[in-house]
Design a protein around this ligand. Structure first.
Ligand SMILES: [Mn+2]
Length: 356
């Protein structure tokens, strides 16, 4: 499996006239070796070396597969170790590296190094069997969490209490909690007027009748992310709000139907946006329709108006329209789906309006 992924990366790198692929980001180390941590992997056609610090040595030994592990000695920096092993026998394609290492590599290798994080993203887009199995397991847990949320939500419960219950259950179920920069918490619980913020902060607000409650779960299983959202109603819903809910639901379902191999990602966004525009809520749909997921919460392809990326079989991405009416309420429905002849959501929790 790792050998196959490395081969795909090398083939992609050849298009940039590079014979060596290297990375210092945990996601890409995990993707190519099975080790998630601090280190640098250097992949050549005939060898793969994983360089790591003394701190990570034992863990790397346990997790890294099919590669030569070199652990730095006490007092020797990982950066020096990288410079030592990345001789310029061939051009190297590195992903994102921190500025000081980038500077040193440039100085040592001159024109024999380029930095291109898209190389890894382009290969990681298409998920293999093992990755799909992990995402499927994450989604089964996420479905249970939405079910659990629907069972425990009650008036007067605080957003923080509800989030804590869900986070605890996610961890007990074998999940890890990823970090992504645009939200301070991997699980969004947003009630009442707070639900009108797509990336709402968690608050002490108490749930009350008449609220919509957005529960956006981003959880990780064995490295892989599932991202899924349901919006529940509490107590009662007026007719206008019901109409907004049904608009989001049908836009989301049509969006899923539009996801197919060879479709331009921007067209899926357009289809979804057209439905919301037609009902008069266009100005309240303030984000793209979806994004790729995998080892990162947000990765290519991106389903935005201007996205030219062409969807491919085994792309994994979200479809997540929302309508957010400032100071009132917001509604979002999100599934993570796999692109195949017929797009199939991993997440199966029902989407009918649930009034708890
Ligand atoms: Mn999402």
């Amino acid at each position: 499996m790792f050998k196959k992924r490395r081969k795909l990366l090398l083939e992609a790198a050849w298009k940039n006239n590079c014979e060596i692929v290297a990375s210092a980001t945990p996601q890409n180390l995990f993707y190519t070796t099975g080790f998630w941590g601090d280190g640098t992997v250097i992949i050549r056609e005939d060898s793969t070396i994983l360089l790591t610090s003394l701190l990570e040595g034992e863990r790397a030994k346990r997790h890294a597969k099919d590669c030569d592990l070199i652990v730095s000695k006490m007092g020797k920096s990982l950066k020096d170790l990288v410079l030592e092993h990345i001789s310029s026998k061939g051009k190297v394609c590195f992903d994102d590296v921190e500025m000081s290492l980038q500077f040193s590599l440039k100085k040592a290798l001159k024109d024999d190094v380029i930095f291109d994080p898209n190389l890894f993203y382009s290969v990681r887009r298409i998920k293999d069997e093992e990755e799909i199995a992990n995402i499927a397991q994450a989604s089964r847990i996420a479905d249970k969490l939405h079910d659990y949320a629907s069972a425990i939500i009650k008036p007067r419960m605080r957003e923080r209490e509800l989030a804590a219950e869900l986070l605890a259950r996610a961890i007990k179920s074998g999940c890890d909690l990823p970090f992504y920069a645009s939200a301070q918490n991997p699980i969004i619980v947003a009630s009442g007027p707070n639900s009108s913020f797509p990336h709402a902060d968690l608050t002490d607000r108490r749930l009350s009748n008449g609220d919509f409650i957005i529960i956006d779960l981003v959880i990780r299983f064995n490295g892989y992310i599932i991202d899924t959202t349901r919006t529940f109603a509490l107590g009662r819903v007026d007719d206008e709000a019901k109409k907004v809910y049904e608009t989001v639901k049908s836009a989301q379902e049509e969006g899923i139907k539009a996801v197919k191999p060879d479709v331009v990602a921007g067209e899926v966004d357009k289809k979804v946006r057209d439905i919301i525009n037609a009902e008069g809520y266009g100005e309240f749909f303030v984000h793209g329709t979806g994004h790729g997921v995998g080892l990162d919460v947000h990765e290519p392809p991106s389903l935005r108006v201007d996205s030219k990326e062409v969807l491919q079989k085994n792309d994994v991405l979200t479809v997540e329209p929302g309508i957010y009416i400032p100071n009132k309420f917001g509604i979002r429905i999100e599934d993570t789906i796999i692109v195949s002849k017929r797009a199939e959501p991993f997440t199966k929790f029902p989407k009918e309006l649930l009034i708890l």
